[in-house]
Design a protein around this ligand. Structure first.
Ligand code: NAP
Length: 542
């Protein structure tokens, strides 16, 4: 063992609850990080607030919860044996099936024994004298580790808007991002749902089937394309499994690491008839393929408007009441907010037991003990469902009191928006890694390959440190500043900065407006590789 490592081991050997690495979160990211670090021979402990595995997929159990990336792609690729033996049943996996998969992976690789459940982390502080992190739990437990790895997820801190009177509501209150494990029976009840994002789009049709009446309170409409979920075609499964590695490699070179077929023509270079045919074909196919209909939908406003108008025409065709169809029709850039995939979403508004309430011009005034009031009118409700989304990307990180060098808190450092190098490392916070942190493709990519790429990168970095006898690593301020500018520059070349999306933090009052994810998975991976090939360029190691 090299000298510095030995001295470091000696200095820290008397610390109790001592680990090489602590991983916070036991979703897809935390689980694979544990697997990789164990492979390197590190002593690792994972802390998870929930009582079970799954992260996002543990908490989001609302009716209809299902992934919007196809199941053959939304899965780990690190083990050929695993990807061959696991059998998905549907084109898009449901939340229970994803949970079964995560549990299967944990059992197969015996990962559970290093995970401590029911443990919420309160604080993580860096001790410069010994180059270690102290991690403190809500229950007072404290542990030490050389590396602290945040696998806290991008969409895991629910957004609970401060509605006046919320605490006075006497009916049942639910948030889609923190849904109870037991089945909720909505039959015979009057339900209100606030929000019309992906979670609401999935749950509204199912709640409507059960409820006596469903009131949907919509602040902004979203574009919803059909998911066209169906059982997995055994032939397609067979073809993919015959050469899964090439399938993954091909997808990983696509802009979002998702198997979208991109047309190489502009929407404005074809005739109206050709455009219509292309949109129709993709509408029939279902899924995110719609976004690949033309190559300029997310960079040219006029091109985008042709796709937007196509979806609005579909809404008008499906929704019988023209006034309701108009309220459901978005007029912002299609794809600026995440495109929603739905099943019978617009059709649901033809049901006599569903009423759409437009709250765009006048916000919800107050939640009252038996319902809510908007525009002076009271809506009596038995249950209220908040489908109000998340404090995305930074929320879960900032919920933990993270303190780096000189006691600087991450909250202070990110006061004007998140700053990170590659979305992995933060200047002033040595040996702290963020998996799919702000500044990385994360939510604008297929999360599974993004997670695997980050975990592999972090594991390789730790291996490099050990090999070179380094005990700490952190990005330079200059590298971080340059990366944040680059992330913004890339985003500004697209239409994705033109609306009030959660990518910009615009859904949370007071949150700094900074475009958080990096657009373009392949370019990002190349950049990460280049950093490594250049001796971890932009990082300083000691
Ligand atoms: P979301 O997209 O942020 O939607 C939240 C909804 O709540 C929006 O309609 C928002 O309106 C509304 N809202 C928030 N505060 C409000 C207020 N004070 N008054 C009235 N309305 C309010 O959240 P989400 O639906 O949970 O989805 C978040 C992300 O999670 C998705 O974009 C997706 O990336 C992921 N997700 C994926 C899946 C899937 O894989 N299929 C499913 C669910 C979620 P405004 O638009 O006006 O802000």
């Amino acid at each position: 063992m090299p000298d510095a490592q030995q001295k470091f081991k000696k200095a820290t050997s008397k610390l109790i609850n001592n680990f090489d690495a602590v991983v916070i979160g036991a979703g897809f990211a935390g689980l694979f990080m544990l697997y990789k670090l164990r492979e390197l021979g590190l002593i690792v402990r994972v802390f998870e607030a929930a009582r079970e595995l799954g992260g996002t997929w543990f908490w989001n159990r609302y009716p209809g919860a299902r992934c919007d990336v196809e199941s053959m792609e939304y899965s780990y690729q690190f083990s050929e044996e695993l990807q061959q033996e696991w059998k998905w049943t549907e084109r898009y996996a449901s939340q229970p099936e994803i949970l079964s998969y995560i549990n299967y992976v944990a059992d197969k690789f015996q990962l559970r024994q290093d995970i401590q459940f029911n443990t919420r982390v309160k604080m993580a502080s860096f001790n410069e004298a010994i180059n270690r992190w102290t991690i403190e739990m809500v229950d007072g437990q404290k542990v030490n580790a050389q590396f602290c790895i945040m696998a806290t997820g991008c969409l895991s801190a629910p957004n609970l808007p401060k509605f006046k009177g919320l605490e006075t509501f006497e009916g049942s209150l639910y948030h889609t991002g923190n849904w109870p494990a037991e089945k909720i029976d909505f039959s015979g009840k009057t339900i209100g749902i606030i929000g019309t994002g992906s979670s609401a789009v999935q749950s509204i049709p199912l709640i409507a089937q059960e409820a006596k009446h469903l009131f949907v309170f919509q602040r902004s409409p979203n574009y919803v394309v059909p998911a066209r979920n169906k059982p997995i075609d055994p032939l397609i499964e067979q073809q993919i499994k015959a050469d899964y590695v090439s399938f993954r490699e091909r997808n990983n070179r696509k802009p979002a690491a998702v198997n979208i077929e991109y047309n190489d023509r502009s929407a404005l270079d074809v005739t109206a008839e050709e455009r219509q045919l292309e949109y129709e074909a993709r509408w029939e196919q279902g899924g995110f393929n719609f976004l690949g209909a033309f190559n300029d939908l997310l960079i040219n406003q006029a091109a985008n408007e042709t796709a937007a108008e196509f979806v609005r025409s579909k809404i008008r065709q499906v929704v019988q009441d023209p006034a309701v169809a108009e309220i459901l029709s978005p007029h912002d850039v299609l794809g600026c907010k995440r495109l929603c995939l739905g099943t019978n979403y617009y059709e649901t508004y033809n049901r006599p037991n569903v009423t759409l309430i437009d709250v765009s011009g006048s916000p919800i005034e107050e939640i009252i003990k038996n319902g809510l009031r908007v525009k002076g009118k009271e809506y009596p409700l038995d249950c209220l469902v908040l489908a109000t989304g998340f404090d995305a990307m930074t929320g879960a990180l900032l919920k933990i009191d993270i303190r780096g060098k000189n006691g600087t808190t991450l909250k202070q450092k990110w006061g004007a928006g998140p700053k990170s190098y590659l979305g992995i490392g933060i200047n002033g916070f040595p040996n702290l890694f963020t998996i799919t942190g702000p500044g990385s493709p994360s939510v604008l990519s297929n999360m599974l390959p993004s997670i695997e790429q980050h975990v592999n990168w972090i594991a390789e970095c730790i291996e490099y440190m050990r090999k070179h006898d380094f005990i700490s690593i952190e990005p330079t301020k200059e590298a971080e500043e340059a990366w944040v500018s680059h992330v913004n520059e890339v985003a500004s070349q697209t239409l994705l900065t033109t609306c009030n999306s959660w990518y910009l933090g615009a859904n949370i009052p007071g949150k700094p407006r900074v475009f958080m994810p990096y657009i373009g998975f392949p370019a990002y991976v190349d950049k990460c590789t280049e950093v490594v090939l250049n001796g971890y360029k932009g990082f300083v190691s000691n």
